[in-house]
Design a protein around this ligand. Structure first.
Ligand code: CA
Length: 247
């Protein structure tokens, strides 16, 4: 499927991956879906490209021959807001991405299907594009703001815990990731596909009804913790958002 980017320039993706077989598969998928791309097989080569060119997104392998993807991401974060999609090979790496504030936007676990990767890329680019279109602030201000959850909420990403009005919520992994997604962008309407891509490991294996069911459970848990609180808003035909007045 060739993505229709209209008259816009196609998004430019930097792929940082040392295994040629994986890189080839991804380069083929990126090209097929209409993305522009560059490939670096080491951290050093990636830094070189990033110092001279602009990219809309970076696909970053965690295990590189000359660098650790996490360290590289931290290094990049001090000067760039470019979204990062991690490629990981081990569950331990996933735990570090989810549990620590490494500054990655999403991750895909090897082995993956190229389709899964391009679906994640699109979801991340949609998120960053809609953040950039928010009229009251520049894209950078929005992405910095997004790290601060609304005052009624306390998002503890290291411990994967969320408090609402000071009350800790007992959440499953998916519920936590779902609510975290809302908290990072209060007011933003997320489609069910966005939410699947953001909060589920295998979005293709789940359906819109999975999202609906989890939102329902999440609402019930929030209400149980803080009676009368109903922060998640349904937008018919569009998806869900976190009410900004809850911020
Ligand atoms: Ca590798």
């Amino acid at each position: 499927m060739l993505e229709n980017w209209g008259r816009m320039k196609p998004p430019r993706i930097l792929l940082v991956e040392d295994e040629p077989a994986i890189a080839d598969t991804l380069v083929y998928a990126l090209r097929t879906e209409g993305f522009a791309h560059a490939w670096a097989s080491t951290g050093q080569a990636a830094l070189g490209l990033l110092s001279t060119e602009c990219f809309d997104l970076i696909i970053l392998d965690v295990g590189l021959p000359d660098a650790n993807g996490f360290d590289l991401c931290r290094q990049l974060r001090s000067r760039l807001q470019t979204p990062v999609l991690f490629l990981t090979a081990r569950q331990g790496e996933v735990d570090r991405i989810v549990g620590l504030e490494i500054g990655g936007d999403d991750y895909v676990t090897k082995p993956f299907s190229p389709r899964e990767v391009t679906a994640r890329i699109r979801a991340i680019l949609r998120r960053t594009a809609s953040a950039a279109q928010t009229p009251q602030a520049s894209a950078q201000a929005v992405s910095l703001q997004a790290l601060q959850p609304p005052a009624a909420w306390d998002l503890d990403e290291e411990r994967q815990r969320i408090r609402h009005q000071g009350i800790p919520l007992e959440l499953t992994r998916n519920e936590y990731r779902l609510l975290r997604t809302f908290l990072r962008r209060p007011g933003r309407i997320f489609s069910r596909d966005d939410l699947l891509a953001a909060a589920w490991d295998e979005p293709e294996a789940s359906t819109d009804r999975t999202v609906d069911a989890h939102v329902k459970l999440l609402r019930a848990k929030i209400r149980a913790a803080v009676p009368g609180s109903d922060p998640i808003q349904t937008h018919r035909g569009l998806g869900y958002s976190l009410r900004e007045e809850q911020a």
